[in-house]
Design a protein around this ligand. Structure first.
Ligand code: UDP
Ligand code: MG
Length: 322
């Protein structure tokens, strides 16, 4: 069976990026045009910008881009829902229109030229192609170190994730159909995509600095993404609590024997320090464990409600029609 040229949608989530878009959008357009000229992608291929409830003029910029150039289109979410939800909204929108999608940040940090290699892998039959950072020279030492610790922790906790891969990836329509079947509210796409299965591979690129604006992932957001990633994909922390509980119970048992021995030998007066240590230690361990349980209960709470993960307010296509 001969393969026809695929319709590619480049999915770009944008949050407060009015200074960035005018610089990076033309680069995306040029890339798609070049691929079209080479006959690698269909003429209907487009760049899809997802406005994640930006508070600046990002949506106006996207609308202007779509007005000027039919290769651009956009969807606006009803409010800010965060990077992962915005990306999912874009992918699900593209699923009905494209044969293959590539998701990329709009800040120019991910090298758009890696799309060529991704398409080659796709043509070779891969449904998922991960963009992997060959080096992180442009990141601060702290971001590098914390990211490294994060991937190590994820692996240790049994979450399958691709080292140094963020959300720059190619997904075929088949893979997107698979993703659509995961209807969890706590989204961590990097962890979900490997669960879809199908053949996958990686291409390597150098990550550069942002062309303008600043990162939307300060430390607290990175930490919350990490906690979300772990608690949505692994129940190992719960098992670790059980292990910890067993360990502490064993120590307590030894202490009880020791206490009884001291009691019957009549040596029970000077016990303040040891009592304090035991109380403080157990108090700390218990609070920590309750906290971990709480994280999971919070996840269940959000899942049970099953609220929509995003709501689309408008699209540039319907604007043009209407
Ligand atoms: N982003 C988004 N919603 C948010 C935060 C970020 O859609 O609430 C987008 C942002 O516009 C960018 C991408 O997600 O295209 C990655 O964000 P950023 O570059 O700030 O993160 P970093 O590269 O520093 O990890
Ligand atoms: Mg970035």
């Amino acid at each position: 069976m001969e393969k026809t040229t695929p319709i590619l949608y480049l999915v770009v989530p944008c949050y407060n990026e009015e200074t960035v878009l005018p610089q990076t959008a033309p680069v995306f357009f040029d890339k798609l045009r070049a691929l079209q000229a080479d006959g690698r992608i269909h003429a209907d291929s487009r760049v899809l910008f997802v406005n994640d409830g930006s508070r600046d003029n990002t949506w106006a910029v996207i609308c202007a881009l779509a007005q000027e150039d039919p290769i651009a289109c956009g969807v606006a979410l009803s409010r800010n829902r965060g990077h992962q939800n915005a990306l999912l909204a874009g992918l699900m929108f593209a699923r009905e229109r494209a044969d293959v999608t590539v998701s990329i940040d709009c800040d120019g940090q991910d090298d758009i030229n890696a799309v060529d290699a991704m398409l080659t892998e796709y043509e070779d039959g891969c449904d998922v192609v991960y963009g992997v950072r060959a080096d992180r020279k442009s990141d601060t030492a702290f971001k590098r170190g914390s990211a490294h610790a994060f991937y190590r922790l994820m692996t240790a906790l049994g979450v399958e994730s691709v080292y140094n891969h963020a959300d720059y990836r190619l997904m075929s329509r088949r893979a997107l159909d698979g993703l659509a079947q995961f209807d969890e509210v706590n989204l961590f796409l990097r962890g979900l995509v490997p669960l879809i299965g199908y053949r996958s591979s990686s291409v390597y690129y150098t990550r550069t600095a942002r062309v303008a604006g600043k990162s939307h992932y300060p430390l607290h957001k990175m930490l919350s993404l990490a906690v979300n990633g772990i608690t949505s994909l692994s129940t190992k922390p719960l098992k670790m609590i059980t292990g910890l509980g067993l360990g502490v119970s064993f120590i307590s048992l030894v202490m009880i024997v020791w206490t009884l021995v001291r009691h019957f030998s009549g040596l029970t007066i000077n016990g303040w320090s040891s009592t304090m240590c035991v109380i403080l230690f157990l108090g700390g361990v218990q609070l920590l464990c309750v906290g971990v349980l709480g994280e999971y209960i919070g996840k269940i709470y959000a899942e049970v409600k099953h609220r929509p993960r995003y709501i689309i307010r408008e699209t540039t296509d319907e604007k043009k029609e209407g």
